[in-house]
Design a protein around this ligand. Structure first.
Ligand code: APR
Length: 193
């Protein structure tokens, strides 16, 4: 049975958790879990370049020649190429080294820098994958709490053009981790009042 989507509204912005394929999302921008070279890779990075076509890589090459490799936690924006999404925001999540090498802060930054860039471009909708929990080895349940908290904190603290932010999770286990993280973070929030 398809997992039920979860949704909350934060500061007039709808935050949704769904299971699906990020490359199929009809949204202003999707976020790519890239690597510093921006030259593509496997996982969601590979899927986005595959579905979006060469125009995305072309712009990535221009960015890297202009400003060098993309540091972990930072974000850049390119065309969405053949995707339904108009733009791709590329960010680099941290590689998991046990959790005491600044991974939580860098993961939160990857989400918040992507949200900031979407707002700077007056976008109204944005979809995220589960950054760093594939090849980069970040444990999903730990990453989900960091990701959900980072997005909620950003939406609570800023009034932007954004109206909808969606986590698009590729498998049931990841979907479950993010929907329980959403329940936990919003329950804590309510208790804080
Ligand atoms: N839609 C949504 N999520 C997807 C898709 C897709 N089409 N394809 C993969 N995913 C999910 C994975 O299942 C995982 O939950 O994206 C999440 C992130 O996994 P990775 O893509 O491996 O990203 P990450 O862990 O951040 O590693 C980044 O991998 O692909 C390379 O170039 C990339 O070097 C970089 C590294």
């Amino acid at each position: 049975m398809e997992n039920q989507a979860a949704e909350v509204t934060i500061n007039q912005v709808k935050l949704r958790i769904i299971q699906g394929d990020l490359t199929q999302q009809d949204t202003d921008a999707i976020v790519n879990a890239a690597n510093p070279s921006l030259m593509g890779g496997g996982g969601v990075d590979g899927a986005i370049h595959q579905a979006g076509g060469p125009a995305i890589l072309e712009e990535c090459k221009q960015i890297v020649s202009r400003q060098g490799r993309l540091p972990t936690g930072k974000a850049v924006i390119t065309t969405g190429g053949n995707l339904k999404a108009r733009y791709v925001i590329h960010t680099v999540g941290p590689i998991w080294h046990g959790g005491n090498k600044g991974e939580p802060e860098l993961l939160a930054s990857a989400y918040q820098e992507s949200l900031k860039l979407a707002a700077d471009n007056s976008l109204t909708s944005l979809s995220f994958p589960s950054i760093s929990t594939g090849a980069y080895g970040y444990p999903v349940s730990v990453a989900a709490k960091v990701a959900i908290s980072a997005v909620i904190t950003f939406l609570q603290q800023s009034t932007t053009s954004l109206k909808k932010v969606v986590f698009v999770l590729f498998d049931p286990q990841t979907f479950k981790a993010y929907s329980s993280a959403l329940n936990e973070v919003t329950r804590q929030g309510n208790q804080r009042g």
